[in-house]
Design a protein around this ligand. Structure first.
Ligand code: PMP
Length: 385
């Protein structure tokens, strides 16, 4: 087996969901909503499946969907994209991340990553033969330290991978920090692979800022989105990569031999969904913010200390500040086995142990599940504190 994969275990999401299934625990671990996405979008997919065509769509995606992606970002984020040369449809953001890394990197290149980070970046860039350099974002504000950032770049740096809103910390990378990263990319002639799959899940009036809009980055950013996140249907693997024409051209070369294309009925339905009015996306955000607040209020009443949750489906519990003197992994395993509640330990998102013991909770759940989750966590705090 290739050594990159030989050293990897199962992803933490599968491990914790597996334990939750085995033990019958409430699952606030893996990040999937408990509801299905909009009925009209699903109906559109069902109709397109029956009506066809069901044969290979064009390699870069259905023109109809690529136009819809450009229209959507133009209308909701003020980003002007030429759908013919700047938008590629992929099989989920995971494929887009892989195609971006494979198309940009050569062996001996270096890539700057921010910890905590989503778990697919590191194995994929290593598989491309590149080496990672890490910049750590620290709780509670998860800001970029300019000196640490500058020290991570050198003449070998080819790319930076960033994620905003950031899973698992539920923080946003603000304009100031995006500009700092942009300045290093410009200085060292690097590409930014910008994972923006949580772009619609921002709360309390915050506005998502894309790396494409950062100073000097329009020609050197691959912005990645995910219909699975936009429509709360994580099983729908439909992603988008938006980049300047030359970068899109390179990206498509990798994409054509990864998946070549994505089921046409899902593409058709996503095109329909992206055209929905702004109010649709506002309502989704409001519902998520309500679930977040329900969970946060109940947990605080039980004595838990939480970090701010500005975006994504997630919030972080600070174990030490909640009176629990266990590592995040010990807590997560004991909580699922002994108290019936599955969480995700933050250490899964780091290469070296994090400075604080934090666990991630997903609040995209029904009221009943959130309430049962709070019961499990309250039990865990009594037993493990
Ligand atoms: N990036 C981040 C930060 C994510 O949280 C996820 C999904 N959890 C993905 C990428 C993968 O998205 P997709 O399901 O569209 O492949």
């Amino acid at each position: 087996m290739n050594p990159v994969y030989a050293s990897l275990g199962d992803t933490i999401f599968d491990v914790m969901s597996g334990l939750a299934r085995e033990t019958g625990a409430v699952n606030l671990g893996q990040g999937f909503p408990e509801w299905d996405g909009p009925e009209d979008v699903r109906q559109r997919a069902a109709d397109a499946l029956m009506k066809g065509p069901n044969q290979y769509p064009p390699m870069r995606g259905l023109p109809h969907l690529r136009e819809a992606v450009a229209e959507h970002y133009g209308r909701l984020q003020g980003i002007q994209l030429d759908w013919k040369t700047e938008v590629t449809i992929t099989s989920g953001a995971t494929e887009a991340l892989a195609a971006a890394l494979l198309s940009v990197l050569s062996p001996s290149d270096e890539v700057v990553l921010f910890e905590p980070m989503y778990d697919s970046y590191l194995p994929m860039l290593r598989r491309a033969g590149a080496t990672a350099r890490f910049v750590r974002l620290k709780p509670p504000h998860w800001r970029v330290d300019p000196a640490e950032l500058a020290a991570a770049f050198n003449e070998k740096t080819r790319a930076v991978v960033l994620n905003t809103p950031l899973n698992p910390s539920a923080s946003l990378i603000g304009a100031e920090d995006l500009s700092l990263i942009a300045a290093q990319c410009v200085k060292h002639d690097c590409i930014a692979i910008s994972d923006e799959v949580w772009e619609h899940c921002v709360f309390d009036g915050a506005v998502h800022i894309s790396m494409l809009d950062a100073p000097g980055m329009r020609e050197r950013t691959i912005k990645i989105g995910s219909a699975g996140k936009i429509f709360s249907m994580t099983g729908w693997k439909v992603g988008f990569a938006c980049a300047a024409p030359a970068l899109s051209e390179a990206f498509a070369k990798a994409h054509q031999f990864l998946t070549f294309t994505t089921p046409p009925n899902l593409q058709e339905a996503v095109a329909f969904g992206l055209a929905k009015p702004r109010e649709h996306f506002d309502a989704m955000r409001e519902q998520l913010a309500r679930q977040r607040d329900r969970l946060a209020t109940a947990l605080r009443q039980e004595g838990f200390s939480l970090l701010p949750a500005a975006g994504t489906y997630f919030m972080a519990v600070d174990l030490a500040a909640s009176g629990i003197a266990l590592s995040d992994a010990e807590f997560a395993v004991r909580a699922v086995k002994e108290c019936g509640i599955a969480t995700i330990p933050f250490s899964a998102f780091y290469t070296r142990p994090p400075e604080s013991a934090l666990v991630r909770l997903c609040f995209a759940k029904s009221d009943a599940t959130l309430d049962r989750g709070v019961e499990g966590l309250a039990k865990a705090r009594k037993l493990l504190a």
